[in-house]
Design a protein around this ligand. Structure first.
Ligand SMILES: [Mg+2]
Length: 165
């Protein structure tokens, strides 16, 4: 089980940039540090609620259930609007990476903004069907993934006439 502790350091107090809270594992090893104790506490609650190996879907479902304790009034429309905003931020980061827009890249970058988008979409799934399980979501993803791979394979085996490639 993970827990939150004070993050003690040996830095000079006036120049120290260390976060005041840390999450440690059962061996006392530091997992991460946080500025805000409530964020660290929520993170630990999510990490400790996972029953199996960490997975993205399981993590977000736990996060959505945790969010319901504090922000239960969010609607599907709210989540969708937020997700569209995160997709926009992802597009902006991609434009910077591809040289279509001036930098610098944001702190979150393409990876962080994509994760923000995924969080919103999985929360949307959860809010649409709060009883859905990680296994059910993964099964749908596998089914859709299989269809995608089948299409790619068919295209690779028969690319069609040259003007269609
Ligand atoms: Mg974002």
């Amino acid at each position: 089980m993970y827990k939150v502790e004070r993050n003690r350091c040996d830095c000079h107090p006036e120049t120290c940039g260390c976060n005041p809270w840390k999450i440690v594992d059962e061996n006392g090893e530091r997992h991460s540090t946080h500025m805000d104790k409530s964020v660290a506490d929520s993170t630990v609650a999510i990490m400790n609620s996972r029953e199996v190996k960490p997975s993205l879907v399981g993590t977000v479902l736990a996060l959505s259930r945790e969010a319901d304790k504090y922000h239960n009034h969010r609607t599907i429309d709210d989540i969708l609007a937020h997700g569209v905003g995160e997709m926009r931020e992802t597009m902006d980061e991609v434009d910077i990476v591809m040289g279509r827009a001036p930098g610098p890249a944001g702190v979150d970058g393409v990876v962080g903004e994509s994760i923000d988008t995924i969080l919103c979409m999985l929360d949307l799934i959860y809010k649409t069907d709060p009883s859905i399980t990680e296994e059910e979501i993964v099964a749908i993803a596998e089914m859709k993934g299989a269809k995608w791979i089948r299409q790619i394979k068919a295209k690779a085996e028969d690319p069609g006439p040259p003007w269609d490639v």
